[in-house]
Design a protein around this ligand. Structure first.
Ligand SMILES: [Zn+2]
Length: 189
C-alpha cells in the first residue's frame, strides 16, 4: 500500500430496524465485486451473528471476524486490507473511535454501522463522534410502529429499569422489547 493512499470513512446509522446492517452488507458485496480486500468485523456480543452469517453471502462470511474489542480489529488488519467494515459500532464503545482513525490514516476505506441514539433518544457513542469526522454519513430511518411515518428513534417497551448506555446483546434489536418510533410517537405510552 502506498503511503499516499487516502482513507475514507463512511458511517451508516439510525435507530433499530432501519436496515443499517443490510446497507453495510450491500456495500461490502460491491467492494468484493470490485475485487477489493475486505474484512468485516462483528462484536462477540452480537448474538445474531451466526444467523446473519448463514443468511449472508458466503463470500462475506469468509471475510467476517468476531472480535472482543476494538483493539482486536487492528490485530487482524494486514497491509493488503483495503476495506474494513464494522457492524453494531456501539458494542465496541468509544475505544472504536481511535481504532477507526488509525485505519483511515493507514489509507483504508472504513465503513461503520451502528445506532445513533439510545432507546431514550440520547446520542449513543461512538457513532456521534465518528459522524463528526466521517467523509460520508447516511442516517437511515425505520418505520414508526405506531403511525407508519419515518422513525428516527427506537423505544423500549418493557418497564424494567436498565441503563440506556449499558451494552448488552439486547441493544442489537429485539422486536418484543423495542419498537421504531417517529419523533411524535416516541413520547406516547
Ligand atoms: Zn409515529
Amino acid at each position: 500500500m502506498s503511503q499516499f493512499n487516502t482513507g475514507f470513512l463512511e458511517v451508516i446509522c439510525g435507530p433499530m430496524f432501519c436496515g443499517k446492517t443490510e446497507e453495510l452488507i450491500r456495500r461490502v458485496r460491491r467492494a468484493i465485486i470490485a475485487k477489493k480486500q475486505v474484512l468485516v468485523f462483528k462484536h462477540q456480543l452480537d448474538t445474531r451473528y451466526v444467523k446473519r452469517n448463514l443468511m449472508s453471502h458466503s463470500k462475506i462470511s469468509h471475510r467476517s471476524k468476531v472480535v472482543k474489542s476494538a483493539k482486536d480489529i487492528l490485530k487482524k488488519i494486514t497491509p493488503r486490507t483495503q476495506v474494513v467494515a464494522i457492524d453494531e459500532a456501539m458494542l465496541f464503545g468509544t475505544e472504536l473511535i481511535t481504532v477507526v482513525e488509525k485505519l483511515v490514516n493507514q489509507g483504508k476505506r472504513v465503513i461503520v454501522s451502528g445506532l445513533s441514539s439510545t432507546f431514550d433518544a440520547q446520542p449513543f457513542e461512538p457513532i456521534p463522534s465518528l459522524m463528526a469526522v466521517a467523509d460520508r454519513v447516511d442516517k437511515l430511518s425505520a418505520v414508526c410502529n405506531n403511525c407508519g411515518k419515518e422513525a428516527i428513534f427506537h423505544k423500549k417497551l418493557t418497564n424494567n429499569h436498565i441503563d440506556a448506555l449499558a451494552i448488552t446483546a439486547k441493544h442489537v434489536g429485539e422486536k418484543d422489547i423495542y419498537e421504531a418510533r417517529c419523533r411524535q410517537c416516541f413520547n406516547l405510552d
